[in-house]
Write a protein that binds this ligand. Structure first.
Ligand code: F0G
Length: 459
């Protein structure tokens, strides 16, 4: 008898659906041209399956929607703020909470408080907005992620780890007082959603304690990181996601959070710290940039949805299905021979555009080109994460990142397995005709975070 497979399925059922517009090839060709061949500039209406990002694109639960109706829209002291504060303390363990409109609002405030001109901020690979706020505050980011993270083929399970010898060198060169904090992300986005191990984090904690350097945690996808620790790190197989998340946070001094990812809301974020002095200053500064410290740019109902979403995000069943779907797509794409970053990460599949389109040099934007081709083929919208996203250094030179990727980001609780099949088949079709694909030139380049609004023309 054939061995019976043990499948998993989503721990929810569908109560409401959102209808999608189907487009023809001719319509997509026109839409792409109007968008300057940048998938960020497409109208969402013209997109069939939207894998641009997992940010703010989650489907909220019936409980979250019910919570929205319980919004206390008082200017000051909203009940929902106190609920959110209680949940952040319970689930993550950080003492003080400052809500912000989204992650970069927290990054702005934190960078302004902790960074002085000339400071060095080491981190496990850059993230676009995080690094820009560090630079705008006068600091300089230094990448201390392990070398394996820059190699899409390397299957090391914790490619988000920090190379402590690289960090020690920086401390020796610049001195600990020049390093206000280590910028440590869980589920490193630009590396392909790759996790950091608890062991590495513990060693990082020991080293930074010795030098009196803070660890600031970009906890945007901490629950997804916890899943990989549970599945792959010795000693964690029987631990709950919730307890692993709390242990991760306990090894750090504070965090910036884009709640639009892990926390299953469409808008929101926060800064959370243990240090009262930092909190005191942040509470003051948030009033200038976001709003009063008990709402930080959010409506009461947004904070309520976030509080409920945080609790749902650390459920073992939720995370297993969430990452299970990502793995399902990645394995399908590998079956078709499409070159992807390995191991499969938490929030999406990252296609290696250098391998996919080896005939297109990096300054003709292979990843941007591939994202455009995916849209043309099937109306699937993906995102460039390569030389365009990397932008320019403060001296104006281009960064040329080793990784030239197209991100197929999976929104949480939104698409079905059948959608995953359609995506993989479309990627396979584009791969089949890869030799005939030509690169692009950039015809408009904005000054900041150029990937959002840049325009391109086909060569
Ligand atoms: N940190 C990480 C790791 C992120 O992925 C993001 C956003 C932010 C910070 C900033 O948060 O968008 O709420 O201001 N990432 C989105 C993405 C935009 O598509 O990866 P935000």
């Amino acid at each position: 008898m054939k061995k019976i497979k043990q499948s998993w399925a989503e721990p929810y059922k569908i109560k409401m659906v959102e209808l999608l517009k189907m487009t023809t090839a001719a319509q997509r060709k026109k839409a792409l041209k109007d968008a300057g061949h940048n998938t960020f500039l497409l109208k969402s209406e013209d997109v069939y399956i939207d894998l641009l990002t997992d940010s703010g694109t989650s489907a909220m639960s019936d409980r979250q929607w019910a919570g929205m109706m319980m919004g206390d829209e008082a200017y000051a002291g909203s009940r929902n703020f106190y609920h959110l504060e209680e949940v952040v303390r319970e689930v993550y363990g950080y003492k003080y909470l400052i809500p912000t409109h989204q992650g970069r609002g927290a990054e702005n405030i934190l960078s302004k408080i902790l960074i002085k001109k000339g400071d060095i901020i080491p981190g496990n690979m850059y993230f676009t907005t995080t690094r820009l706020h560090q630079e705008l505050a006068g600091g300089r980011f230094e990448d201390v992620i392990i070398d394996e993270a820059h190699d899409p083929e390397n299957t090391f399970p914790f490619k988000g780890n920090i190379d402590l010898s690289k960090l020690k060198k920086l401390i020796k060169k610049y001195g600990a007082p020049k390093i206000p904090y280590i910028s440590m992300a869980t589920s490193v986005n630009m590396a392909g959603g790759q996790p950091i191990s608890m062991k590495n984090l513990r060693e990082l904690r020991a080293l930074t304690k010795k030098h009196n350097i803070r660890i600031i945690h970009d906890m945007t996808r901490v629950a997804e990181n916890a899943y990989f620790i549970q599945q792959k790190e010795k000693g964690y197989a029987d631990r709950s996601i919730k307890s692993i998340v709390k242990e991760i946070c306990s090894l750090t001094d504070g965090a910036t959070m884009s709640a639009k990812k892990d926390a299953l809301v469409n808008i929101g974020g926060f800064l959370a710290v243990n240090d009262y002095d930092v909190y005191e200053e942040a509470r003051n500064m948030v009033v200038v940039y976001e709003g009063l410290h008990t709402y930080g740019g959010l409506a009461g109902r947004d904070m309520e949805a976030m509080a409920i979403g945080i609790k749902e995000s650390v459920s073992d069943d939720h995370i297993k299905a969430r990452i299970g779907q990502v793995i399902y797509l990645g394995e399908k794409m590998m079956e078709y021979g499409v070159p992807i970053v390995k191991p499969i990460g938490g929030h999406g599949i990252f296609v290696d555009a250098k391998k996919f389109l080896p005939h297109i040099p990096q300054d003709q934007f292979p990843a941007q080109t591939l994202a455009a081709e995916m849209y043309l083929d099937s109306g699937v919208r993906t995102m460039e994460r390569g030389v365009v996203s990397a932008g320019r250094k403060t001296n104006g030179e281009n960064y040329y990142p080793k990784l030239e990727l197209v991100r197929f980001t999976i929104p949480r609780r939104v698409y079905t397995q059948a959608h995953m099949d359609v995506i993989a088949e479309s990627a396979a079709r584009v791969y089949e005709r890869r030799d005939s694909i030509k690169g692009m030139k950039m015809v408009y380049e904005p000054k900041y975070l150029r990937f959002f609004q840049a325009r391109f023309e086909k060569l």
